[in-house]
Design a binder for this molecule. Structure first.
Ligand code: SF4
Length: 300
């Protein structure tokens, strides 16, 4: 039977995706955070103008009857469920309550402080919840250029702290690392240390994969590094419709983040990089393996 809004996760045919089987719900089409590196904007028209899914409540109720008990539902993979209109519309809040009330596991992926508004629900069902927060740099100037519609870095770190203090297992995505923009090693180490101090369990990282529209936005916003950025991707490889950096450069970036995570006592994984040997055993890339886990189980 066809499903309307809850769908089996589709990694857009990426051969390097290591996500476990899960379902995905996007309460919104599009996202107002307007990240320059956003991948989803290549696939969805008028992406930076978020609009709620039509008849979400009735479609979600119907779809939830079709998925197996105990399944993981991620909200969301290619638009932020706490995009600015959610502040007044509350459709994500309603959706996650439905998912949790029906006994499913919930993975939330967001950059927004608005997730804290729903802390009451997350705490009530904390054994079936994990949250992934994206923080790409500690430098507010770079973050506001890269992610102009998203909350600042300090606010996002506070979200990690409050979620962790409330017993919600939390992952931070240092993702993507864009050469010459947020790839300073000292800055990454500092970011990882702050994340560990805030109480997260895991870091997941990846390098930026270039698509024509996102690359154009980055080149325009950072003209001073544009020729180096272009050169870095010209010498890389094409994987599933994306331009990747050279494999050896990606490995070096990912090893650096892995080492910083290990020193800070955090689990680590990568996203669509093809380096399974760098992953902490038992920790999936997306954070779904954190559901029902506590910080004390992490061994690095
Ligand atoms: S938060 Fe995610 S979906 Fe929204 S613009 Fe940024 S990268 Fe795209």
């Amino acid at each position: 039977m066809a499903m309307y809004v809850v769908r089996p996760f589709d990694p857009w045919r990426s051969p390097l995706c290591t996500c476990p089987a899960k379902y995905v719900l996007h309460p919104y089409t599009g996202c107002g955070h307007r990240c320059l590196y956003c991948y989803a904007s290549s696939y969805i028209r008028n992406f930076f103008n978020p609009r709620p899914k039509k008849d979400l409540r009735s479609k979600l109720a119907r779809d939830l009857q079709l998925i197996s008990p105990g399944s993981i539902v991620e909200v969301s993979t290619s638009s932020d469920p706490y995009t600015p209109p959610e502040e007044s519309l509350l459709i994500t809040r309603e959706a996650i309550l439905e998912i949790l009330k029906h006994g499913y596991k919930l993975l939330i992926t967001t950059k927004s402080t608005l997730v804290l508004r729903d802390l009451d629900l997350l705490v009530k069902y904390k054994d079936r919840v994990a949250v992934a927060i994206t923080i790409t740099t500690l430098d507010n100037r770079i973050a506001s250029a890269l992610e102009p519609g998203a909350p600042g870095v300090t606010e996002r770190l506070k979200v990690v702290k409050l979620l962790s203090k409330s017993g919600i297992p939390t992952l931070v995505r240092v993702d993507p690392i864009v050469p010459y923009i947020n790839d300073d090693f000292t800055g990454i180490v500092k970011l990882v240390d702050h994340v560990a101090e805030a109480g997260a369990i895991q870091i997941t990282s990846s390098t930026y994969k270039a698509r024509p529209d996102s690359l154009k936005r980055l080149l325009k916003a950072f003209p001073e590094i544009s020729s180096m950025l272009l050169e870095a991707y010209k010498t890389g490889n094409k994987v599933g419709g994306y331009m990747y950096l050279r494999s050896e450069d990606r490995l070096e970036y990912m090893k650096s983040v892995r080492d910083a995570a290990a020193r800070a006592g955090l689990a680590f994984n990568t996203c669509r990089e093809g380096f399974p040997e760098l992953a902490t055993k038992g920790f999936s890339c997306d954070g779904s393996s954190l559901i029902g886990r506590y910080r004390s189980v992490v061994k690095t």
